[in-house]
Ligand binder design. Structure first.
Ligand code: ZN
Length: 244
């Protein structure tokens, strides 16, 4: 079976994606060797992006966040676009992503479970008012609401829990899926591995540039860039279902 055949046989694909899905849009993976970790910050990203650090050093947190975490002009790549097409064609039921860049929605995907939140949602920690990401980008120091509260991005920091509704939605989608495509993640990052065990469908496909600990358990493993692989897929409408 190749990926095209698997997709042509599927009508409830769930795509589970990690940082590698967005690298072709110019967004670095901060865990990878050439990622943010090596870009001259005194404190490693795991610490900078922790809730403790946010509480203790909000100015330094927002300096890093503005500098590295707000790629508001980034554009979807071939992977994002193809997934939106597959959903529109009735072949894909959901995207589950560890990314916070909102590129799936930008590409037109409708059902997206953002496990780690989104840079596009920001709320005042005092009054709860919603703010666009530009309010953080264009501010200096610690971004403040009109009420004086700190505007916090709706992204899951280290030490924070995942949103229960998002998690249960993602788990439900994976349980109902006939095919699970895991891409751009080594699956070593919590909670990726746990989600994969919920899958009860037919095919597991892994697309990742490097080998992962799960390669041997997949039905198909492709060690190439995600955008390259998905970009080459043809989207065929579902057959055998009444069209009107
Ligand atoms: Zn406020």
């Amino acid at each position: 079976m190749d990926l095209q055949q698997i997709i042509d046989e599927s009508s409830r694909i769930v795509f589970f994606g990690g940082a590698g899905v967005s690298t072709e849009s110019g967004i670095p993976d901060f865990r990878s060797v050439d990622g943010l970790y090596h870009q001259h910050y005194d404190v490693p990203p795991e610490e900078l992006l922790s809730r403790t650090y946010f509480n203790r050093h909000p100015e330094a947190f927002f300096r890093f966040y503005r500098d590295k975490m707000l790629p508001l002009n980034a554009q979807p790549n071939a992977a994002h676009r193809k997934l939106a097409e597959l959903e529109a064609a009735g072949r894909l039921s959901a995207v589950v992503t560890q990314n916070i860049d909102g590129l799936h929605q930008k590409a037109g995907s409708k059902r997206v479970y953002e496990l780690h939140g989104s840079i596009w949602r920001n709320f005042c920690m005092s009054c709860g008012m919603a703010w666009p990401p530009e309010a953080i980008r264009d501010s200096e120091g610690v971004p403040r609401c009109s009420c004086g509260g700190i505007i916090k991005p709706d992204v899951v920091l280290y030490e924070e829990g995942l949103d229960n509704e998002v998690v249960s939605g993602a788990v439900h989608a994976i349980r109902q899926a006939d095919t699970l495509i895991i891409a751009g993640t080594s699956l070593t990052v919590y909670p990726a591995a746990g989600f994969v065990t919920c899958f009860r469908g037919r095919y597991v496909v892994l697309i990742n540039r490097d080998a992962t600990p799960y390669d041997s358990q997949a039905d198909l493993v492709i060690h190439r860039k995600v955008g390259e692989v998905l970009g080459a897929i043809e989207v065929h409408p579902l057959t055998g279902t009444p069209s009107s």
